[in-house]
Structure formats: C-alpha cells, structure tokens
Design a protein around this ligand. Structure first.
Ligand SMILES: NC(=O)c1ccc[n+]([C@@H]2O[C@H](COP(=O)([O-])OP(=O)(O)OC[C@H]3O[C@@H](n4cnc5c(N)ncnc54)[C@H](O)[C@@H]3O)[C@@H](O)[C@H]2O)c1
Length: 350
C-alpha cells in the first residue's frame, strides 16, 4: 500500500515536472513582430526567425510585394497595416523599423497598445517626438530600446572594458570616421541625424558624459536637399572628440581611434578589430635610430574579440530585457541626448 502510494506520488511528481517544463518553455517564449521590413527591417526579421525562445508571429510593411515574400520565407503572417496586425495577433514585442519621420506615430501607437519596443535609431528626427515616445513607453510600462547598434558591437564592448580597467588611462581624445556613398533609399534624414548619431552616442557612452561645446562644418556636395558631409568637433570635460561623416567617399570606412594618458587604441567597426598601443614616455632619444625605436614601433597588441553580428546581439538583449523586465543598454534618454547634439550641429531648433 505504501509502495503504491509512493509510486503514484512519484509518477504524479514526474508529470508535474513535465508540465512545468512545457509551461515554462511556452511562458518564456516571446511573441514578436516587425513593422517596416525594408533594408534594415528584413534583418530584424531574419534574426528573430533564428532566435531561440522567440516566436516571429507576423510582419507588416506598406510594400505588400516584398512583405509577402519575406513573410513566406520566414513562415509568419503578413499585414499591410500594422494596426490590423496588432489588433489580430498576440504580440508581446515589436521592432519598429520604418523611416525615421514615422518613428513617433508608430512607436506611440505600439506603446499605447502595451507592446515592448525596439525602435531603430535615431529615436526621432526632432526632440518633441523623442520626448513623447519616451513618456508613452513609461506611462504604459513597456520597454523601449533604441537601436544604436554600435553599442552591441563586440569591439566597442571590448574597448569599453579596456577603458574601465584603466588600460588607456584618462581619455583625452576620440576620433571617428564613418564615410561611404549615399544610400538613395534614405529620403528623410541628413548625414548627421542618420550617421553621426551613432558616433555621438558611442562617445557619450565611452566618456560617460555629454558634450559641453559643439562646433561643426557641414554641407551638401553631391545631393541637393540635405547635408551629405559633416565634420563635428565636440568638447567634453577633459576630452575632445572629432567625427567625420559623409555620403561622398567611394569606400565604406567605419573606424574609431582613442587616446588616453596611458595608451592609444584603434578600432574597426566593420572587422571588429581592436588594437591597443602602450604609451612609452620613459625612453629618451639621442640619435635617429633611437628616435625610430621610440616612435616607430609602439608596443601594441591585438585585443582578443569574439566577433559576432551586432544586430543579433542587440535583438537578443532586447528579448532578454522583455523576459526579465530589465533596463535596456540603450535607453530612450541616451538616444535623446545623441539626437540633441545632432540637432545642434544641424541648427535644427525642434
Ligand atoms: N541601426 C542601423 O545601423 C540602421 C541601419 C539602417 C537603417 N536604420 C534605421 O532603420 C529605419 C528604416 O530604415 P531603412 O533603411 O530600413 O528604410 P527602408 O526605406 O529601406 O525601409 C523602411 C520600410 O518601412 C516601410 N514602412 C513605412 N511606413 C510604414 C508603416 N506605417 N507600416 C509598415 N511599414 C512601413 C516601407 O514600406 C519600407 O519598406 C530608419 O529609422 C533608419 O534610421 C538603422
């Protein structure tokens, strides 16, 4: 009798464990959708369809042809209008990847529907827009992550570690270069709001402050209606930073170099290479040979970086924040700070 009771208890326990496992697997599954599946949005779709514990429920795009093809490829539902999608599908979280001028309307609608939001950068093209998005997400208690993708670049994460551990000493200067040819699909943003916003956010992040003074030289060389080049000088407390961005250089370059009192580092955003140079101020030189030894061959090492796709890291982080209810690495406020600098550069008073 006792054995029977034990057996039935043990089988009940096993069943309960199985049910719990199934329940928790379902419970931790996040239902996502992507709104806007153009040049960038289609990568959100691809990555969500590959992530574990993510159920890509549906996508939406005003372009029905491309949207339907993409939905078929990734076995999810398609909607032309995102409002219909949010009404008809059970969705926890959305990526908003529509052109920047529509960020406010789409993000506000999603926030008011209680959806967690990954909103592509820049947060908005004007300060009012950014502020109302942040407010709506707070009011509705939904997570807002802004897609400042370079924060999820393993080389930047490696560089931040080097700075935090003091290997570069006190940072005195940062220079970044983000140049290439004009992507003609961008109809609504200039080169500062579209490109320099990445570098400004990274500078703020690395230096853990926002700039005190901003000066710039910008203009349009190859397109008529917006700035397609800008050179921006930012003065931070104790450090200065310079950004060269353009849509006129025939080769795509994405680099950053940083100088501190103990060393210097060079980073390539594309290859994710990070090289650290040690400052050698002790040795004097009396001959040209010594001069070459002292200045020609700085001791340097390649930092071991585990390379991975920044967008995949960003989306994984977003899902993690949704599941755990934690604060995202790039908040709406961070993105607003970067936008404010951009608008000061362009002279936009919005
Ligand atoms: N993080 C990055 O590195 C990065 C790179 C590229 C673009 N972006 C950002 O992504 C956003 C989109 O840029 P893109 O280059 O993919 O533009 P895109 O023009 O290629 O794609 C935008 C898509 O949104 C769709 N769309 C517009 N309004 C819509 C609506 N109301 N509902 C559903 N779909 C709608 C369009 O039909 C189009 O397919 C921009 O904010 C841009 O700044 C970020």
């Amino acid at each position: 009798m006792l054995v029977l009771t034990y057996k039935s208890y043990s089988s009940f326990f096993k069943k309960a464990c199985q049910i719990y496992k199934i329940y928790s697997a379902i419970y931790t599954m996040v239902n996502v959708a992507v709104i806007g599946t153009g040049a960038m949005g289609r990568h959100h779709v691809r990555i969500y369809s590959e992530l574990e514990n993510v159920n890509l429920v549906a996508i939406s795009d005003l372009d029905e042809n491309n949207g339907k093809i993409l939905a078929k490829k990734h076995s999810c539902n398609f909607y032309k209008y995102f409002k219909d999608m949010l009404d008809k599908e059970a969705i926890d979280a959305v990526s908003v990847v529509v052109p920047t001028k529509y960020h406010k309307d789409v993000a506000m609608y999603c926030a008011n529907k209680g959806k967690h939001i990954l909103l592509e950068k820049p947060i908005s093209d004007n300060i009012d827009g950014a502020e109302v998005i942040i407010e709506a997400c707070k009011k509705n208690k939904v997570i807002l992550l802004i897609g400042h993708i370079e924060r999820f670049n393993p080389a930047i994460i490696g560089l931040k570690k080097q700075i935090s551990s003091g290997n570069l000493g006190k940072i005195t200067s940062i220079i970044s270069k983000r140049v290439g040819l004009f992507p003609s699909r961008i109809k609504d943003a200039d080169v500062v709001v579209d490109l320099a916003v990445h570098d400004i956010d990274i500078f703020n992040y690395l230096l853990e402050q926002t700039p005190e003074k901003i000066s710039s030289n910008l203009g349009n060389a190859l397109i008529d209606d917006r700035s397609d080049y800008a050179n921006i000088l930012l003065k931070y407390d104790g450090a200065s930073a310079f950004i060269e961005v353009n849509w006129t250089t025939p080769i795509k370059i994405r680099t950053l170099s940083i100088t501190g009192t103990k060393g210097y580092a060079e980073l390539d955003y594309i290859t994710q290479d990070l090289v650290m140079y040690e400052t050698n101020i002790e040795k004097e030189f009396d001959s040209f040979g010594d001069f070459v030894v002292k200045f020609g061959e700085a001791k340097h090492k390649m930092i071991d970086i585990k390379k991975s796709e920044p967008l995949k890291n960003e989306l994984t982080h977003f899902i993690d924040c949704v599941k755990k209810g934690t604060r995202p690495k790039v908040t709406g406020e961070d993105a607003l700070e970067a936008l404010k600098v951009c608008l000061k550069v362009t002279g936009d008073k919005h």
